[in-house]
Structures are given as structure tokens and as C-alpha cells.
Ligand binder design. Structure first.
Ligand code: RIB
Length: 289
């Protein structure tokens, strides 16, 4: 990809240690459940999406915070091993973020996050490098997202509004593209509201039904890639990362979303978030122009 900017994609976001229990079903309120398996993985929507971008061939930088603990060291090492720039990954005096994840036999999941070090992002100044795409999520302080989108140079700003939150018109009007899932979209007032509040394009992910691209004048369906899903954790992150990497290559939003749809589908066929993120070679081998 071209060299006129520092990076193809800059990701400003969270990183977590994912503590993942596999169970027969998701627990009901008050229920104590035995896990059938347990694993720990690198995670966090920011880190996952940065890794997804890098595996899709994008020169990627990650801006975030880890704690001064073994989980923080593991996450930093993982980002470095993926070739991601970590010069603005700050180690702070707080525990590294955690995500408590339960995955049931059908691949469905629940996630509880504890922000930890992620809540410290923005307490020391961020120097935003130039990039083709600037990507953020909502597991970090909202004012940091607004601040970096304000300083986006000429980058395409992409917001994955996860977890959903009530966002200011100021922030929404700074978003070129928002990529919510159906639940997040509904919680934030739906596509029409987001477009009316100033988002230029909304790409709504619909799970096994694919995705939908909407702007002020049209709505385009993105067909799903059929797979046997075993674990949906990280599928949205694979979609968002692939979308941003393809946009950085200069692809249209429609083309980028079709490729992202394959990346998201492939990510459901492997357990864990980071382990499931596909390479561009794997995605493009399934792509028919
Ligand atoms: O999108 C999946 C991610 O959400 C997990 O890796 C977890 O850390 C939470 O941030």
C-alpha cells in the first residue's frame, strides 16, 4: 500500500485479556454452571481489530493502554509479533483490561468487560499519526474518540460503536462510517437516526444474514458467506478490520464490505477472537469478483 501517510490504518482502542468459558448453554440469572472448557486469549475490540487489519495486509498502528502486569506484557508482545506499531501503547499503573466471556454450544456468547487500563487512555497526550483510515470503538473513554476523530487529518474515520452508547451529535458528525451490529444500531436509535445525526455511511452487520450498507440515498445488501459457526467471538472485529484494510487499499465501501463479510464468517469457524482472525490470502481465496 502507498507511503504518503504514516500508516494504512490507525486503531485507537482497547485491549483485554479474554477469560473464555465454554458451556452447554448461557447461564440464566442465579444459575451456577460448570464450564466444559476454559481458555485465555488476547482480546479487546481495539486489539482484535488491529490484528484483523494487519492480517489483511494493512500497515497498522495501535494506540491504547495496558497494565503493568503479565497480561499487559503478553498483549504488547502479541501486537508486536503481528507487525503492529506499538509506539503509543502505554503501560499504566492499573490492571490490564479483562473480558469474561461465555460461549455456548451453538457458538453464541455473552461478554462482560472490566476496563482497567483501558480507562486511562487519553490521560497522557496522544500524537495521532497520519493514516488512510482511523478506527475506534467504545471500550475507551468517549472523549478520546471525539478528540482523535477531530484530529483525523484526511483519514476516513470509522467507528465501531461497541458496546453501544448514547453518542453526541459532535462525535456522530465526525464519523464517515459507523459499523454497528443490529443490537447496537437499535440501542442507538437505528440507521436513520445515525444518518440524520451526521454519519455519512452506516454499515450494519447482521450476523449470518450478512450486512447492509446505508447512506442518505440508498441501502445495499451484502450477501453472507455461509459457514458452520462454532464461536462468534471476534467475528464483528474480523469484519471491521477487513473493511478498514480494504478501504485503505482504495476499495469502494461495497467491495470492502463483501470482503469483510467473508472475513467475519471465517472468524466464526475457529474458537477465540485473535486465533480466529483470518489472513487476506484465506479471505481472498473465497472471494469471487
Ligand atoms: O469483540 C470481542 C471482544 O470484545 C473480546 O475480545 C473482548 O475482549 C471484548 O472486548
Amino acid at each position: 500500500m502507498g507511503d504518503s501517510v504514516d500508516f494504512d490504518v490507525v486503531v485507537v482502542g482497547s485491549c483485554n485479556l479474554d477469560l473464555v468459558s465454554t458451556t452447554t448453554h448461557l447461564p440464566s440469572p442465579g444459575e451456577t454452571l460448570r464450564a466444559v472448557a476454559y481458555a485465555e486469549h488476547a482480546g479487546g475490540k481495539g486489539l482484535n481489530q488491529a490484528v484483523a487489519c494487519a492480517r489483511m495486509g494493512a500497515r497498522t498502528a495501535f494506540i491504547g493502554c495496558v497494565g503493568n502486569d503479565s497480561a499487559g506484557t503478553m498483549l504488547r508482545d502479541l501486537l508486536n509479533s503481528e507487525g503492529i506499531d506499538t509506539s503509543q501503547l502505554t503501560t499504566v499503573d492499573a490492571p490490564t483490561g479483562r473480558a469474561f466471556i461465555t460461549v455456548d454450544a451453538s457458538g453464541e456468547n455473552t461478554i462482560v468487560i472490566v476496563a482497567g487500563a483501558n480507562a486511562h487512555l487519553g490521560k497522557t497526550a496522544i500524537t495521532l499519526p497520519s493514516s488512510k483510515v482511523l478506527l475506534a470503538q467504545l471500550e475507551i473513554p468517549l472523549d478520546v474518540v471525539t478528540q482523535v476523530f477531530t484530529q483525523a487529518h484526511n483519514a476516513i474515520t470509522v467507528l465501531n460503536p461497541a458496546p453501544a452508547a448514547q453518542l453526541s451529535t459532535e462525535l456522530l458528525s465526525l464519523c464517515d462510517i459507523a459499523v454497528p451490529n443490529e443490537n447496537e444500531s437499535a440501542a442507538m436509535g437505528g440507521t436513520k437516526f445515525l444518518l440524520g445525526a451526521g454519519v455519512t455511511t452506516v454499515v450494519t452487520t447482521l450476523g449470518e444474514r450478512g450486512a447492509e450498507i446505508s447512506d442518505a440515498t440508498s441501502t445495499t445488501a451484502v450477501t453472507p458467506y455461509p459457514v458452520n459457526a462454532i464461536d462468534t467471538v471476534g467475528a464483528g472485529d474480523a469484519f471491521v478490520g477487513a473493511l478498514c484494510a480494504e478501504l485503505a487499499r482504495g476499495e469502494t465501501i461495497e467491495h470492502a464490505a463483501r470482503i469483510a463479510s467473508i472475513a467475519g464468517a471465517l472468524a466464526t469457524t475457529v474458537h477465540g477472537a485473535v486465533p480466529s482472525l483470518p489472513t487476506r490470502a484465506a479471505v481472498m481465496s473465497l472471494y469471487a469478483d
